[in-house]
Design a protein around this ligand. Structure first.
Ligand code: HEC
Length: 124
């Protein structure tokens, strides 16, 4: 019983590595965010809050990816792997409800992932 459980666990890990999917991409991206971005982008950090409207101002996922890659972490752009930048971009979009939850962000589709800003609130 215990062995079976371990066996299933190993299978899950192996299949997650072999076949990337939106959930694993987001999970990896969330870890990148927590490690390299959150300290500035959440209070009391000095960076701006990454709200849906702010993210959507990049217009599409490819531009947001390029910005992150070239500019972030602040004054240290490019220090992460392309994969990390892709995953963290996917996580930011998912958290902001700017990408369908069943969609995996890839180098090939990022140009077509348009970012549509949420309706402005009446007070803005
Ligand atoms: C040392 C602090 C710091 C870290 C770490 C950092 N940022 Fe930033 N970030 C900033 C600052 C400051 C700005 C505003 C830059 C500007 O306006 O030129 C910014 C801007 C941004 C923007 C654009 C926001 C806008 O107003 O359009 C995005 C997107 C972003 N960061 C994502 C990230 C991601 C993803 C990471 C992690 C890989 C990260 N940042 C790590 C400080 C940081």
């Amino acid at each position: 019983m215990h062995t079976t459980f371990r066996f299933v666990g190993v299978l899950l890990v192996v299949s997650a590595c072999a076949r990337p999917n939106p959930e694993t991409q987001r999970a990896l991206g969330e870890t990148v965010y927590a490690t390299y971005c959150q300290s500035c982008h959440e209070a009391p950090g000095t960076g701006p809050r990454l709200t849906p409207a702010i993210l959507a101002s990049r217009l599409n996922a490819a531009r947001l990816y390029a910005y992150n890659l070239q500019q972030m972490p602040y004054e240290a752009g490019g220090v992460l792997s392309n994969e990390d930048y892709l995953n963290v971009t996917a996580w930011l979009l998912y958290r902001a409800s700017l990408i369908e939850s069943n969609k995996m962000l890839t180098m090939r589709n990022m140009d077509e992932v348009s970012l549509v800003a949420p309706d402005p609130s009446p007070t803005q």
